[in-house]
Design a protein around this ligand. Structure first.
Ligand code: SF4
Length: 278
């Protein structure tokens, strides 16, 4: 939605900041990484792909594909077959490691869908939703949107090692924005957000209130205001100082670390498969 405009109080058109939750979080994590991801064109070449991303994307794709099967064919074995068929091999140390993780991911996916009711049709799978305030136009893709009773529920799949808690669900800007956007697009209330951690089978749940959702949206607007001002300066050819590096442990996992001396100094880059190894 670049260039989306809306009238401000003064009657003058105001440019809406078009964004995704991921863009806002990138600004918060590190303005330099934000610049390289969203503004520098051509985009600086990224480092090698990560094996944990291959696992995550493969599992997400298999689950999405499973829900697209006719209800009668939604068996755990079918989910396993989809996982194996769509397995992504980028980032693994070697073929043996990829095969080991494919097997783990297959088991994890089959175990997860064995706990689902295949006839309980979601309202949306990998559904894009969008909403706007008078400052931002925000969109994002929800892994799964369920209808439970009169409300919608946002479901996000997680495949990393870290077990998630209700605090993670409560604090997630992305989940809150998805809830607001889903409710507006589908004209049905949505307060509950869930993180489904496939490796452990745990589900972290948070029930938002209208106030807590509004707080997240205001927070999104504040972040967007900072990022929009920096974008504007960038377009005007100034403002390098508005994109400082934010060196820290996360630099080990930054796709752009090779272009960032401060980040490389802060934390050595990990091997592409490092997140899989305890
Ligand atoms: S390496 Fe670290 S400081 Fe540099 S851009 Fe990446 S996250 Fe930011």
């Amino acid at each position: 939605m670049p260039g989306a405009e809306q009238l401000g109080f003064d009657g003058m058109p105001r440019r809406l900041y078009a964004c995704t939750p991921s863009r806002l979080n990138t600004w918060l994590d590190c303005p330099r990484r934000y610049r390289m991801t969203y503004l520098d064109r051509p985009m600086p070449p990224k480092g090698p792909r990560w094996a944990h991303n291959s696992v995550g994307v493969s599992v997400h794709n298999a689950l999405a594909g499973w829900w697209r099967l006719p209800a009668g064919e939604r068996t755990p074995e079918a989910a396993g077959r989809l996982l194996v068929r769509g397995w992504l091999t980028d980032g693994f140390r070697d073929e043996a490691q990829s095969a080991e993780w494919r097997e783990r991911a297959r088991e994890m996916t089959e175990r997860y869908v064995a706990g689902l009711d295949p006839s309980d049709e979601p309202i949306g799978v990998e559904r894009t939703v969008a909403t706007r305030t008078d400052r931002i136009a925000v969109s994002g893709r929800i892994d799964r949107l369920d209808a439970r009773g009169s409300e919608l529920v946002v479901v996000d799949y997680k495949t990393g090692r870290h077990v998630l808690t209700a605090d993670d669900a409560r604090g997630s800007l992305a989940l809150a924005i998805y809830a607001v956007a889903a409710a507006r697009v589908l004209r049905r209330p949505c307060h509950r957000v869930e993180l489904h951690h496939l490796p452990s089978g745990e589900v972290a749940v948070w029930e938002h209130t209208d106030e807590s959702l509004a707080r997240h949206l205001r927070r999104a607007e504040q972040i967007a205001a900072e990022a929009a001002a920096a974008d504007e300066a960038y377009r005007g050819g100034t403002g390098e100082e508005l994109f400082p590096p934010r060196p820290g442990n996360l630099c080990s996992w930054c796709d752009f670390a090779r272009h960032c001396p401060e980040g490389r100094e802060a934390a050595p880059r990990k091997e592409p498969w490092a997140a899989l190894v305890p």
